[in-house]
Design a protein around this ligand. Structure first.
Ligand code: SF4
Length: 174
């Protein structure tokens, strides 16, 4: 039997850099080593939906977590995540192993150990210059909003899965 019965769950952009906010998309082969390791070990890969693409679109500005943690964004994240939670539950109940959820370090949505916060709102003209805008952003040690909600939904079902960050700012991802 060829079925590995082992699965990992990954943020959408690990398999599809086309959804990333401009100008941060990387060449898709940056993720090859990471993906290949799992494929060669017979893992299946579940791709999470990209919340920012679905809710804010492809032409969105870059955001910080502070801008996304409002009730409707969170509600939409839940709508996107319910089918994933159902799949996870089904696989676990049938004896499959979910060996980790991989997010993107620093993302306001998909960060696992780090996300970005900042005092941002309104028109760019509210700020002195680009430096003033950039200086307000900082990394904090908490999950992005989408991963936070995913963890909450798993907890409600008493499902424990380890979360990991991929640092996609580094040249080599492995
Ligand atoms: S980190 Fe999450 S929200 Fe950002 S592009 Fe990747 S999948 Fe979308």
């Amino acid at each position: 039997m060829e079925r590995g019965k082992k699965i990992i769950i990954v943020s959408h952009c690990i398999l599809n850099q086309n959804c990333v906010v401009k100008p941060y998309a990387k060449k898709q082969d940056n993720f090859l080593k990471f993906i290949k390791n799992f494929v060669l070990n017979n893992y299946g890969i579940i791709q999470l939906p990209c919340p920012e693409l679905f809710i804010l679109g492809l032409k969105r500005w870059g955001h910080v977590k502070d801008q996304l943690e409002y009730p409707n964004f969170k509600a939409e994240c839940k709508v996107l995540l319910y089918p994933i939670i159902n799949q996870i539950e089904m696989y676990i109940n049938c004896g499959y192993k979910i060996d980790g959820i991989y997010g993107i370090q620093g993302s306001p949505s998909c960060g696992v150990n780090k996300t970005c916060r900042g005092n941002w709102e309104g028109e760019a003209s509210c700020y002195k210059n680009l430096d003033d805008i950039l200086k307000r952003v900082h990394l904090v040690s908490e999950k992005g909003i989408f991963m936070e909600i995913l963890q909450e939904l798993l907890k409600e079902k008493n499902i424990e899965i380890n979360f990991y960050d991929i640092d996609d700012w580094s040249e080599e991802i492995d």
